[in-house]
Write a protein that binds this ligand. Sequence first.
Ligand code: PDD
Length: 286
Amino acid sequence: MSRTVYVNGEWVAEENAKVSVFDRGYLFADAIYEVTAVANGRLIDFTGHAARLARSLEALGIKPPVTNDVLKTLHFEIIRRNELTNGLIYLQISRGAEDRDFLYSASLEPTIVMFTQARNVLANPRWETGISVATVPEGRWSNRQIKTVQLLYSSMAKMEVQRKGADDALFVEDGFITEGTSNNFHIVTSDGKLITRALSNALLHGITRSSILDIAEKNGIPTEQRSFTPDEAKSAAEAFITSAGVFVMPVIAIDGQKIGDGKPGPISQKLRSLYIQHSIDTSEGP
Ligand code: PDD
């Protein structure tokens, strides 16, 4: 079925959607993006995603092509036009198109593109099995708090570890884990404390991460924000990743070493069900 996508103010069938070959998103990865989950036809954590989008645009000096209110209306409209019940909305804004030059004009009009991906975000079969991850050296640029489309290193790292049998890669810098290829990484200690890396330019400020920290605190799960090594993670009681795509996904092995008893842990599972409840309670519909 052909999706209806949004390109620069127009709703078009996906096969007719066009962006210039001179677009700086295409030539320079000069673009930022957001991925927002949709559950039961409603937006999850939209306020956080819109706020981070604004921060990413500001950091790159790209002028916001639409206001936050219009952005929300566009999200509702793409759900409606694609009859999306559960899935993801991808939004990308690039600086715009002009003849190729490392220097760009201040007057560029940003390119905005949105599309949907239908997927049962409320019932991920991997939640039951958990996933395995493998550590790789951090190789991304040093402004990872900006959600840019420079995803080549992350994509290659994930391909490489999948060839070796792991599901995802975990980046390590100066001896400490930064995050996963497209998710934040967390551990739970044997005394039930949730540990996650503190925010800095070393990692994306995940919207799901932030909600999970709030939910943990409200439900009596102590939290601590600090860096930790792969060795500490391997000897943790539990580990899990968070993102808009997988919510809370247990990690059952790191570099082939079992975490805990090698099964999804109770705190990870509890946080996931609390997150789903929170998502539904705070979701936004038209
Ligand atoms: N990725 N870290 C990185 C590098 C990410 O790309 C993502 C999200 C996250 C989690 O952020 P959030 O909880 O706001 O989704 C952390 C999206 C889902 C993607 O690229 O598809």
